[in-house]
Design a protein around this ligand. Structure first.
Ligand SMILES: [Zn+2]
Length: 432
């Protein structure tokens, strides 16, 4: 063994130990904290479709998804292929050379490279995003003019470049400071950053896209607060987001944790749904708040981020991976395209795990809304309304559902509500 390898092997051993421990911690937290109730499988989908949706509604959902699917697929494909080309082929080196040719400081080089890669990827995927927006507008789902759409696009682009720049400056900076053991401080920083972003998201990022107001209707507000009290869930506020400036879709969500935990309801829902349906949606969100789903998700994201950093340290030791861009190590700003490419691939590869956990968590929140409201009919009504208004895919391909959907399909949710009624009725008959 050469002296050089001898010097380098201990950090690799530590990295492998860290990687194993983090992977175990993540796997354990997923196995132990995910509510693994078996989601109701809508095996009798034909009956459910016929019972709850008109043939026109089913057809319209199919038409919309037929029209929109190519833009989504091509955008995803372009994203992945571009990431690979920029990160792992000599074409990425041209970008790197443009930046290297100037005698900028390393931090400036990192930021310029992040911006350059992001601009290239965004410009080449833009036609597909625009196509998707066009289809959504044709179906009345998107309400933004092209001007407003571009403004949103620029805002989210700016935020992405800002956050990616911060992350990569930190990474390269730590690699320059701790050339052999940078993965240890970098993993800590990544985990802390995941927690910070999740906590600050409702205060700093959400207001960039929407404005939030307190519920103006006193009667509804009181109903929702009563519901939260009955549920013994502490929520700081129930806010209405002006989603209608962008979409006709109906939605609600819970975000933040600790002092920033709040329930947000779209104005589209408040304005179109009857009060019992709004209560039911809020009961679902209370389910998330009650189970601390945001906090648990944030903790898992923190472990996942640390894991990603240590994995990056390990794969960057492969010389063949660094060769196309002539990158020496993570201390070299030219590592930026490789890291960005790896994160796109990691996002795609981890989607089925993230979404499987999410669907289970959603199933638990659905059950919570049924238990809290004891109102199966309203549950079914609101999920019909959501599916019809949001043009949800009523019969998604099972594999695509497995990989990409964060929520269970509508028919599964309705089937679960029907099954819940059955067990509940059975319970009451044995009680009574
Ligand atoms: Zn939910």
């Amino acid at each position: 063994m050469s002296r050089r390898q001898d010097q380098e092997s201990p950090p690799l051993v530590w990295a492998v130990i860290c990687l194993t421990m983090l992977a175990l911690a993540l796997a354990l937290s997923i196995v132990l904290l995910t509510p693994w109730t078996s989601p109701s499988d809508a095996w009798n989908s034909d009956r459910l479709l016929a019972q709850y949706f008109t043939p026109e509604q089913v057809q319209r959902s199919e038409d919309f998804h037929d029209a929109v699917k190519w833009s989504s697929w091509l955008r995803l494909l372009t994203d992945i292929v571009l990431a690979a080309v920029v990160g792992f082929s000599p074409m990425g080196r041209r970008l790197v050379d443009v930046v290297r040719a100037r005698q900028w400081r390393w931090g400036v080089q990192v930021v310029i490279l992040v911006a350059l890669v992001s601009v290239v990827v965004r410009l080449l995927t833009l036609p597909f995003s625009a196509w998707g927006h066009r289809v959504a507008s044709d179906y009345g789902l998107a309400t933004q003019t092209w001007g407003e759409w571009v403004v949103d696009l620029l805002k989210s682009f700016g935020i992405t470049v800002l956050l990616s720049s911060l992350a990569l400056v930190a990474l390269v900076g730590l690699a320059r400071r701790f050339s052999r053991t940078w993965f240890i401080p970098a993993a800590g920083v990544a985990a802390a950053a995941a927690v910070t972003v999740s906590f600050a998201y409702p205060i700093l990022i959400e207001p960039v896209f929407n404005s939030f107001t307190a519920l103006s209707e006193d009667r509804l507000k009181q109903q929702l607060l009563d519901l939260a009290e009955r549920d013994r869930v502490e929520v700081s506020e129930v806010l209405v987001a002006d989603a209608s400036r962008r979409t006709t879709a109906l939605n609600a969500y819970v975000s933040g944790f600790g002092g920033t935990k709040r329930i947000v309801v779209y104005d589209t829902l408040v304005e179109s749904a009857p009060d019992p349906e709004i209560s039911l949606v809020v009961a679902h969100e209370l389910g998330h708040a009650d189970a601390d789903d945001v906090l648990i998700g944030t903790g898992q994201a923190a472990i996942g981020s640390a894991l990603g950093v240590v994995a990056l340290f390990a794969v960057l030791r492969w010389e063949w991976l660094r060769r196309p861009l002539r990158v020496g190590s993570a201390a070299d700003p030219a590592v930026v395209p490789i890291v960005m490419a790896l994160s796109v691939l990691a996002g795609f590869a981890s989607a089925p795990v993230v979404n499987t956990v999410s669907r289970q968590v959603e199933t638990r929140a659905d059950l919570h809304s049924l238990e809290l409201t004891r109102d199966r009919d309203t549950f079914i009504d609101v999920h019909r309304r959501l599916a019809v208004t949001n043009l949800s895919h009523l019969e998604p391909n099972p594999w695509l559902n497995f990989w990409f959907n964060s929520h269970p399909p509508t028919l599964d949710r309705i089937a679960a509500a029907e099954a819940w009624r059955d067990t509940h009725d059975a319970d009451s008959s044995t009680d009574g």
